[in-house]
Write a protein that binds this ligand. Structure first.
Ligand SMILES: [Fe+2]
Ligand SMILES: [Fe+2]
Length: 282
């Protein structure tokens, strides 16, 4: 696909999140996503976690069908969200920690932090959903299985992934928890937001794709070297925040720009229609 404005090679990304297959799923909305993916033939489909509602086999099975369909048209990268982790199988590291991701791995991807290379862009999955650990302890007790954490060793892994990629590649991280405060929720999804954002600046990350907040947002964080664009996709389910419509983000990356456009669900059109959009210089 090429950039119609300048003829430069463009990478297009369909960014969706929090599909919550199972009870919250809205059939005509996920069918509309499938139609968009089929029509627009994005370079990459990125799914930033919470593909299930209760980490059940049947929910993952439907998510797998969505992924298999997308794979016919695009490269697909999916990472788990807090709803996809069976944290009760290994609270505080007790028991077999790998059991927490066994069902996700069986249906979605053996790799919970996949890396996808397409010409000009490296996308690295970052799993921020670690279940209930010492790192997720918080005074808000209900948050201990919900809140996300970025671990030091994960930052070092990202450093190696980007160091091994072509030097001119745009650096994209796909993670579940929102590092920016949600407008309606007034909350960050991560416990160690400052450290994570500092690491992204240090790694010269161009773009972060996340979700979890169930409210779409497009942010830009300025750093001394270069800034990072944050694409927070809303949910595509009946779990919208504040009565806002379901939404997905459609992204174009060229050597000098990153454009993020939100497509919002219209009940009257029974389709995703253009919503807020922002353009950034790389
Ligand atoms: Fe969610
Ligand atoms: Fe979540």
């Amino acid at each position: 696909m090429t950039d119609p404005t300048g003829g430069a090679p463009a990478t297009t990304i369909f960014h969706c999140s929090d599909l919550h297959f199972g009870h919250p799923a809205v059939p005509e909305q996920y069918e509309a996503m499938e139609a968009l993916i089929e029509q627009r033939k994005y370079t990459v489909v990125a799914i930033s976690g919470d593909v299930s509602q209760r980490a059940r086999s049947g929910e993952f099975q439907r998510a797998r069908a969505f992924i298999k369909h997308a794979e016919a048209f695009s490269r697909v990268l999916c990472i788990p969200g807090n709803h996809d982790v069976q944290w009760w199988k290994s609270p505080f590291g007790m028991g077999d920690e790998t059991a927490m991701f066994a069902t996700y791995r069986r249906f979605i991807d053996e790799d919970i932090e996949p890396v996808v290379h397409v010409p000009g862009v490296t996308l690295a999955g970052l799993n921020t959903s670690h279940g209930v650990t010492g790192g997720t302890l918080t005074w808000r007790l209900r948050d201990i299985s919900i809140i996300g954490v970025v671990k030091r060793e994960q930052v070092e892994r990202l450093r190696r992934v980007f160091a091994d990629a072509p030097a001119d590649d745009a650096r994209v991280i796909v993670m579940h928890h929102n590092p920016m405060k949600g407008e309606l929720s007034q909350r960050h999804g991560l416990k160690n937001t400052k450290r994570a954002l500092g690491a992204f600046a240090d790694l010269a990350v161009d773009l972060v794709l996340c979700g979890h907040d169930h409210q779409d947002a497009i942010h830009y964080i300025e750093h001394t070297r270069k800034g990072t664009v944050i694409s927070t996709a809303g949910t595509v389910s009946n779990r919208q925040r504040g009565g806002r419509p379901s939404s997905v983000n459609s992204i174009t990356i060229t050597p000098d720009r990153i454009d993020v456009a939100t497509l919002v669900w219209s009940n009257s059109d029974h389709a995703f229609v253009p919503g807020p959009a922002k353009c950034f210089t790389r």
